[in-house]
Design a protein around this ligand. Sequence first.
Ligand SMILES: [Zn+2]
Length: 382
Amino acid sequence: MQEILFLLLPIAFYSGWQAARKRYKGRQEKRKEISVRFVRGINYLLSEEPDKALDVFLNYPEIDEYTANTFLLLGNLFRNRGEINRALRIHQNLVARSDLSKSQRLSAMLALGEDFFAAGMLDRAESVFSELLKDDPKRADACEPLRNIYEQLHEWDKAIEIAQCTQQRSKVDQSRLIAHYYCELAAQELQKQNLFKAEETIKKAAKAYPDSARVLVLKGDLAYARAQRDEALEIYQQAIRQDTRLLGMLFNQLINNFKYSHELERLYAFIQQTFAKTRDARLFGYLLQLAYKLGKIREMRAEVEEHLNKGKPTLNTLASSAQVLASLWQEEHTCEITQVQTALQRLAASQPDFQCSHCGYKMHGYLWRCPACHQWDTVSNV
Ligand SMILES: [Zn+2]
């Protein structure tokens, strides 16, 4: 019996080898067919026939690690070219496949979320990124886009939650952002006259980022809403001392809210002192406007001349200086200066008053967050 078995051994070996060879041949043929399809797809792409390429890739039979990565990159390429629909089709097709590994599926979902975000379908993007986070709460790459979505949707509570999570997980400092989100909430409460709630929210913002000048502005708004005028003016001044850019945002509000002459005098003295200390040209235009309002233009003659001769005049300071000079020389009937004043003021009015120092975007009103590059605290007056 043992000999027969021994004799059968080579036959078994031979038939096993034959079967393996057939399987190998079958696999080889299949692989060859897949490679041909792949090359055809790439050729369509290179010959600028993206729809045909898309058909080839979407009907691709089997996906391995390399083809999955290639499809992922291809979808990203379409998105970066602004062809969001094509990117969406590829990434949706990938996510729907059953032969993906877990990490491939998660990468495809992340890409799909980014497609939805780029397409402006924020609710769909939100649900994709939230699902990713539910699946793996440590995924920092899903936090950032989700935070951006909540910023765009003005869902500040959720933005705070995500920023706090990111801070805990990736140790990236988010305190300034968190303070801004609380400030957004506090501003909403102030607008609704919910002063107690506003105060509580401002405290949270101050706790998140104690150096925030915006917190001071809101404290000033709160004091003003409570009719504590002196305190409000003091807090606004404190905010401007901390960040002189803020005078650009606050000036109109200040001269409208603090109309009593002793308040305007106090404001004038404050801006004068701060300008003397900083020589910040941005303050000078406002100082002249206030001097004009208070009838103190004669006091400003030397300052104006010095500014025009030695300072760094901006369009706004030029317009204000011209206004002062025109008033001073009115009695001499020199009309040229009045024309200069009118032209400059017209020009100044047509120019955006504020600009983002990060991306250069110009705008007419002050915004805490640049609408172009979405950076916070980068806007200041031109
Ligand atoms: Zn910007």
